[in-house]
Ligand binder design. Structure first.
Ligand code: FES
Length: 186
């Protein structure tokens, strides 16, 4: 190999190595800018809605808060319809289960499990199908509506997005946005 062409070859090889080094360091820099996987995952929690049983409260966790998931039984839905029709005078079919999330044919209450009065965690009684907050005696029905003060409003619903049979907590899907617009949750 001639001297000049060897220099050319060395130059190209060095350039290639330097290029690889630059890409690697850019990659390393980008990795250090990106949030850690655990931080990313902390914002969103995906729960599989196909595993819950009717009238059995399960407490999940999202951003350090307890999340109540309560699958509604037919009896619970019928009672809610009856109670609603007494209040609104509307027929069952016209009623919109505003606080419940429908996934497939099932309805769920999914709410933040902190009393809207002063933040205690209410307990669920499956026989009475109601939540009692022992701190000051506040009560909620099985859709998280207040039935006895002092709580000023129903149990808050976390941002959610329906994804097939899963629910992504922390993302605002159209169903959640509608709940916010209509004042169902804050
Ligand atoms: S904190 Fe629940 S009733 Fe006061």
């Amino acid at each position: 190999m001639q001297n000049s062409s060897r220099r050319g070859f060395m130059g190209k090889a060095f350039g290639a190595v330097a290029g690889v080094g630059a890409v690697a360091s850019l990659y390393a820099m980008k990795r250090s800018w990106d949030p850690l996987p655990s931080v990313k995952a902390a914002g969103f929690t995906t729960i599989d809605m196909s595993v819950y049983k009717e009238n059995e409260l399960v407490v999940e966790k999202w951003r350090g808060k307890p999340i109540f998931v309560l699958k509604q039984s037919k009896e619970m839905l019928d009672t809610e319809d009856k109670n609603m029709s007494q209040i609104t005078g509307k027929t069952t079919s016209a009623m919109d289960k505003k606080r419940l999330i429908k996934i497939g044919n099932a309805h769920f209450l999914v709410c933040i499990g902190l009393c809207t009065h002063l933040g205690c965690i209410p307990g669920y009684n499956p026989d009475k199908k109601s939540f009692l907050c022992a701190c000051h005696g506040g009560r909620y029905d099985d859709t998280g509506m207040v039935t006895k003060s002092p709580p000023p409003r129903g149990l808050d619903i976390p941002p959610f997005k329906i994804d097939g049979t899963k629910l992504v907590l922390g993302e605002e899907g159209p169903e959640y946005k509608k709940m916010k617009e209509t004042g169902v949750t804050l």
